[in-house]
Design a protein around this ligand. Structure first.
Ligand SMILES: Cc1cc2nc3c(=O)[nH]c(=O)nc-3n(C[C@H](O)[C@H](O)[C@H](O)COP(=O)(O)OP(=O)(O)OC[C@H]3O[C@@H](n4cnc5c(N)ncnc54)[C@H](O)[C@@H]3O)c2cc1C
Length: 408
């Protein structure tokens, strides 16, 4: 087992510096344009694929880093470049984690490479759990998956919403209800292969921030997928449902559902994204505060400005430490007995929102314009307290875990 250390090893430092270079030279200069265009930055994704950043191999290497720090270090650097473009580059990873968390080895080997495509022909993937009436309340999900035994096919019907890459993806991973009696315990995840009839894109959302990342509804009408597209396979599902029914009869012991397994694994990674955005805004603010003069001196000469910067940096470092702890725990198999994954996401996302707001304030009128990147960073940061479980839901998870009380 990897010893815990806060010092990155040579390999990690090399990867961090390489990603930082890509974020600085390729992502950051393209950020304003794709934010305005509100479109998926395919040329930047392709560039990332050419140098090996947008690939299964790259994510697998970071994912299997024995210290757990591979993914958070990578996310922080890419999102330091720009959150919208970085989400377009890493959004496929959420679908990939959905397959890694619930799929068989064969499914992992078959579908994850197809999610990324090749540098010549890049593809993206989507993870579709949220629905118009089932956001935080995952148990209210209505999309149904019904097994057609005669054909060994699953038939999916329903409407998904807020899906990153929804409709423009090749592979869609769709969470659906297989047993409505069991609430969120009766869910399962399915692969919908590229070009499957019946899957279409609904409305594409015009967003406040991360506008270079495509977010849309996904409509499923009589979508038929082979039995082999049920993640984990039918036997495992039947066993899991039987256990859940048994536990429901005995009185409500907790069983993990398919979407939750994905979210638990990805929350510290979202925290790392938030740290990247916060750090980017802090750096712009620090630079501005030392060069902008008012009253005959740099504005950082005022404690009112300098202390804000001190607090910003302190909180960013604290957020990173929570993220690294949770990532290390997840990788080294330590259970989140105090909801450490949720803690890291909660704190880092709140810090990103507050630090980017402070950066706008430190830049004054300039901070409020699109001439300076903190305006975009502030809009982007608002997503972190919403997706992958809102801050309120993280607090629920933490409070329930700590107290054992089913707080509502
Ligand atoms: C840009 C973007 C990308 C996304 N990408 C994906 C994706 O790829 N795949 C996917 O499946 N989903 C995705 N989502 C969906 C996202 O995870 C949901 O928006 C989120 O879970 C919140 O659900 P909701 O929007 O329905 O809000 P609601 O659940 O309606 O919540 C509204 C408000 O009520 C609060 N609230 C709700 N219940 C409680 C409670 N019990 N206690 C206290 N407060 C509560 C919430 O915290 C929130 O403040 C994305 C969303 C966005 C905006």
């Amino acid at each position: 087992m990897a010893e815990f250390t806060l010092e990155l090893n040579d390999d990690q430092r090399q990867v961090r510096d390489w990603l930082h270079g890509f974020a600085k030279d390729v992502i950051r200069p393209a950020a304003a344009e794709w934010d305005e265009r509100e479109e998926t930055p395919w040329p930047v994704i392709q560039e990332a694929a050419k140098v090996g950043i947008y690939s299964l191999d790259f994510y697998a290497q970071q994912f299997f880093d024995p210290t757990g720090l591979g993914i958070p270090v990578a996310m922080e650097e890419l999102f330091w470049g720009d959150a919208g473009i970085a989400l377009s580059i890493v959004g496929t990873g959420l679908a990939a984690v959905g397959v890694l968390a619930n799929g068989t080895e064969e499914q992992i080997g078959t579908w994850i490479p197809q999610m990324y495509g090749t540098p010549e022909d890049v593809k993206v993937a989507a993870f579709c759990s949220s629905e118009p009436d089932a956001g935080s309340d995952v148990a209210a999900m209505r999309t149904r998956a019904v097994y057609d035994e005669a054909k060994d096919e699953w038939v999916l019907d329903g409407t998904k919403t807020w899906a990153t890459n929804g409709g423009i993806a090749g592979v869609h991973v769709v969470v659906a209800v297989v047993d409505p009696e069991l609430g969120s315990k009766g869910h399962a995840s399915f692969i919908v292969p590229p070009g499957t009839p019946g899957l279409s894109q609904g409305q594409k959302f015009k967003k406040h921030g991360i506008r270079a990342s495509h977010t849309a509804e996904v409509v499923l009408e009589g979508v038929r997928v082979p039995g082999s597209c049920l993640l984990g396979g039918k036997d495992k599902l039947d066993e899991r449902l039987a256990r859940a029914r048994e536990k429901a009869r005995k009185g409500g012991e907790r069983v993990k559902n398919a979407a939750m397994a994905t979210f638990e694994a990805s929350r510290p990674a979202v925290g790392a994204m938030a740290v990247g955005t916060a750090r980017a805004a802090y750096e712009v603010a620090l630079d501005y505060a030392t060069t902008r003069h008012q009253f005959g001196r740099p504005i950082i000469d005022n404690q009112g400005v300098a202390f804000q910067l001190a607090d910003m940096r302190t909180r960013i470092d604290a957020a990173r430490l929570l993220v690294w702890r949770a990532s290390w725990m997840a990788t080294t198999g330590k259970p989140f007995t105090s909801a450490e994954g949720s803690m890291s996401k909660l704190y880092a996302s709140e810090v990103a929102k507050e630090v980017t707001a402070q950066a706008v304030q430190i830049l004054g009128g300039n901070g409020y314009t699109r001439e300076y990147p903190v305006e975009r960073m502030h809009r982007d940061a608002a997503i972190y307290t919403i997706f992958e479980g809102t801050s309120e839901i993280q607090r629920l998870v933490i409070a329930r875990t700590l107290s054992g009380v089913p707080i509502r």
